[in-house]
Design a protein around this ligand. Structure first.
Ligand SMILES: Cc1cc2nc3c(=O)[nH]c(=O)nc-3n(C[C@H](O)[C@H](O)[C@H](O)COP(=O)(O)O)c2cc1C
Length: 429
């Protein structure tokens, strides 16, 4: 940072071409020593300098048009939820255990029954073409070659058929959909998504009629009507289920109540998300809602799969969410920022995240990601519980190692999760 400022000051006496970006002050992300001083504004920096997921955001800020970067980066209103998403991890403590064999680490798992090489995925994010001419195609190829799930947005730069055609051999993708007020458009797109070979729908339900007031982006463009239905009731949801044979995963749930409701309505999975802090400012983070779900409806974790996202930038963030009972963890901004380097950038991002997970799992004494799901022995969320509920939710045993029985077929089982959770999360009177 200091060096960047000095270089910037020196540069002013000649031509101020160096891009000086303060990671902490400007973007609210940790300073890990990335030196932007020698970079040239308007150009992508050397990809070798991309060491963390956050570095790609700084590279994107340096190289993208200001309005396009603002579109990707913006949160809603004062960005309180956006910032809380990024900072919630500071309040979580992870318990690591020694004396275990971690010589063979496994990240592979299933999401909605399909096999993937890791429990993280790339979430729908509109307009990838703002970062790179290949648009979604580079994210598709990078994800496909790495065995990672990607769920492109219906508001992509490429159309549905172009995305399907970009898939690599054997690649499994889901597709996101909005509930358009125009029913003809909705039916047409659903048919095309099915025909394109996408295996499931993430149905976004937190963007009803209007997009959030995203002040940072409004400096470039007005927000307003989203063309999404503003009368999306349970009846409308049930009607929609008759329009497609694909499994539907409601995306954008932000209360324990709605998650429980969707479980009762028979959805195979739900997607807990505050849309990356882009819709309603002040709504809680995924961690807080997961804790509320543990408190109010713990049975839901055994009934359906839960996916979530929001501010996930490190392997340890993924691990914390898995320990809270999540099956798979999404990232919206990281892949679209990494895409300023095209496919090579997205591949590098995947490798960074995988390596962070493997390294941290080894150092924490757990070799199989399938033993993390709902394994609260690895996590201490007491600080958040005190802040959010005013009292701790769990009995003080979170540093007692859980001896995981051999799972059937090598993966974690729901009954193990129930046993652990039953002792870990006892509501206060
Ligand atoms: C630029 C941008 C566009 C997005 N577009 C969509 C979209 O079209 N559909 C959708 O369901 N979510 C969309 N999202 C939300 C993401 O799917 C995801 O929930 C969010 O980005 C997660 O937070 P993160 O960016 O901190 O990882 C978008 C997010 C961003 C940043």
């Amino acid at each position: 940072m200091m060096r960047s400022l000095v270089l910037f000051a020196l540069g002013l006496s000649k031509v101020a071409y160096a891009a000086v970006i303060d990671q902490e002050l400007d973007e609210g992300i940790p300073d890990t020593g990335l030196d932007t001083g020698p970079w040239t504004a308007g150009q992508v920096p050397p990809i070798a300098q991309m060491i963390t997921a956050n570095d790609f955001q700084i590279a994107a800020k340096n190289s993208m048009r200001a309005r396009d970067y603002a579109y990707f980066r913006t949160g809603v209103l004062d960005e309180i939820t956006y910032i809380n998403n990024l900072n919630i991890w500071k309040k979580i403590r992870l318990n690591g255990f020694s004396f275990s064999d971690v010589s063979d680490v496994n990240l592979a798992t299933t999401i909605l029954g399909y096999e993937f090489s890791a429990p993280f995925f790339f979430a729908p994010a509109a307009s990838a073409g703002r970062a790179h001419p290949d648009a979604e195609a580079s994210i598709i190829r990078a994800a496909g070659n790495a065995g990672i799930l990607y769920v492109p947005s219906i508001s992509s730069t490429l159309d549905i058929e172009e995305k399907a055609a970009a898939a690599v051999d054997g690649q499994i993708m889901f597709h996101q959909q909005y509930i358009w007020s125009n029913d003809t458009r909705l039916r047409d797109e659903l048919a095309r998504i099915e025909a394109g070979g996408f295996r499931a729908l993430f149905l976004t339900v937190d963007n009803t009629g209007v997009v959030g007031v995203r002040s940072r982006y409004e400096r470039f463009s007005n927000s307003g009507n989203s063309a999404h239905s503003s009368s999306f009731t349970i009846e409308a949801l049930n009607h929609l289920r008759t329009l497609t044979d694909l499994p539907i995963v409601p995306k954008g749930l932000k209360t324990a109540h709605d998650i429980k409701l969707c479980a009762e309505l028979g959805f195979p999975a739900v997607y807990l998300s505050n849309h990356g802090g882009r819709q309603v400012d002040g709504v809680p983070t995924a961690v807080e809602i997961l804790l509320d779900l543990h408190l109010q409806y713990p049975e839901v974790f055994d009934q359906i799969e839960i996916y979530t996202d929001g501010g996930v930038r490190r392997g340890t963030h993924i691990m914390a969410l898995l320990a809270l009972g999540v099956r798979a963890v999404g990232m919206g901004r990281p892949p679209i920022f990494a895409n300023v380097f095209g496919e090579a950038g997205v591949t590098r991002l995947i490798n960074i995240l995988r390596q962070e997970m493997i390294t941290e799992m080894m150092n924490m004494g757990q070799a199989d990601v399938n033993h993390w799901f709902g394994n609260t022995t690895f996590i201490n969320t007491r600080q958040i519980e005190l802040e959010y509920f005013g009292a701790p939710l769990s009995v003080p045993t979170s540093s007692t190692p859980f001896i995981h029985p051999s799972p059937p077929g090598g993966s974690g089982s729901a009954s193990n999760v129930t046993a652990k959770r039953g002792t870990m999360y006892m509501a206060m009177d």
